[in-house]
Design a protein around this ligand. Structure first.
Ligand code: HH2
Length: 274
């Protein structure tokens, strides 16, 4: 039976896993400011566990289009108290960061996964994960958040994103990170037009088998807004449709803001999928 090794946790991939998002930021696109205080963020994380989250993803830097980078000190101040507060919470805690120093500190504070939208490309990032037992999520993006949605271009988006992820998986394995610790993610909305996103979702099945697991994050994203005409707070139905479309095409982990509703939808889907 396939599994994901996340520090001391071994997560079965026999059914789709739900990763609950906890943004400890003032400016995230969908929930910015709601949980920017570590106390509120930890309470929100515990609520997501009660709702059925299999993994928690704690982030201290928004990567929405137009977002500005934050300093290491500020990001540290935001996420480390939350990770410490969640020690022993019973589910693996992931840190959503691009900074190798913070990857190491988060793992020391109890994180068992690193979620890097920069696919461990920063100097020292591969080593930071290789020196730990943590799982890692390698994501594709084109450009950086400040400018990435200006004019994304591909000849064949699926082929290019896939080639990039395969190359990052090879780099991670060469650094000593075992395949069952590696997750890949096409990076919806990160330097992709609506057509690029739809093409990636339609052909998501081509990404299975690249690594230990396939993760997809579509929750509340702008493609849902474009397709439905809804603001970020009103994108639940669209996000659930997208999550089901993704697991139907082979996604094994869905990164979502609305855990309880997604879990319910997946229960029904799983019963039918056998
Ligand atoms: N998207 C966001 C953040 N982290 N990680 C992965 N692996 N894949 C994604 O698509 C992804 C991600 C952006 O969403 P959110 O965290 O809700 O917003 P913000 O970046 O504004 O905090």
């Amino acid at each position: 039976m396939p599994f994901l090794q996340c520090g001391k946790f071994q997560l079965s991939l026999a059914r789709p896993l739900v990763m609950g998002v906890v943004n400890v930021t003032p400016d995230s696109f969908s929930d910015g400011g709601l949980y920017s205080d570590p106390g509120h963020a930890s309470a929100h994380a515990r609520r997501l566990i009660a709702e059925g989250a299999d993994i928690l993803d704690i982030g201290g830097e928004s990567t929405r289009p137009g977002a500005l980078p934050v300093t290491l000190d500020e990001e540290r101040r935001r996420v480390l108290p939350v990770i410490e507060a969640l020690a022993g919470c019973g589910v693996p805690v992931s840190v959503d960061t691009q900074k190798p120093e913070l990857m190491r500190e988060a793992v020391a504070a109890g994180a068992s996964m690193v979620n890097d939208v920069n696919a461990l490309a920063a100097a020292g990032a591969l080593e930071a994960v290789a020196d730990s037992a943590a799982a890692v999520c390698l994501m594709h993006k084109q450009g950086d958040p400040r400018t990435m949605q200006a004019n994304p271009r591909y000849t064949d988006v699926v082929r290019e994103v896939k080639a990039f992820l395969a190359q990052r998986v090879r780099a991670a394995e060469a650094a000593g990170i075992a395949r069952e610790r590696i997750v890949v993610d096409p990076g919806f909305g990160f330097g992709k037009s609506l057509d690029h996103n739809l093409e990636l979702l339609r052909r998501l099945g081509e990404f299975t088998g690249l690594a230990g697991a396939l993760l997809v994050a579509l929750s509340r994203k702008s493609l849902i807004g474009t397709l439905t005409g809804r603001d970020t707070g009103e994108r639940l139905a669209g996000s659930i449709a997208a999550a089901l479309a993704a697991v139907g095409r082979g996604a094994q982990i869905v990164r979502v803001h609305d855990v309880a509703a997604t879990r319910d939808a997946l229960r029904v889907w799983s019963a039918l999928a056998g």
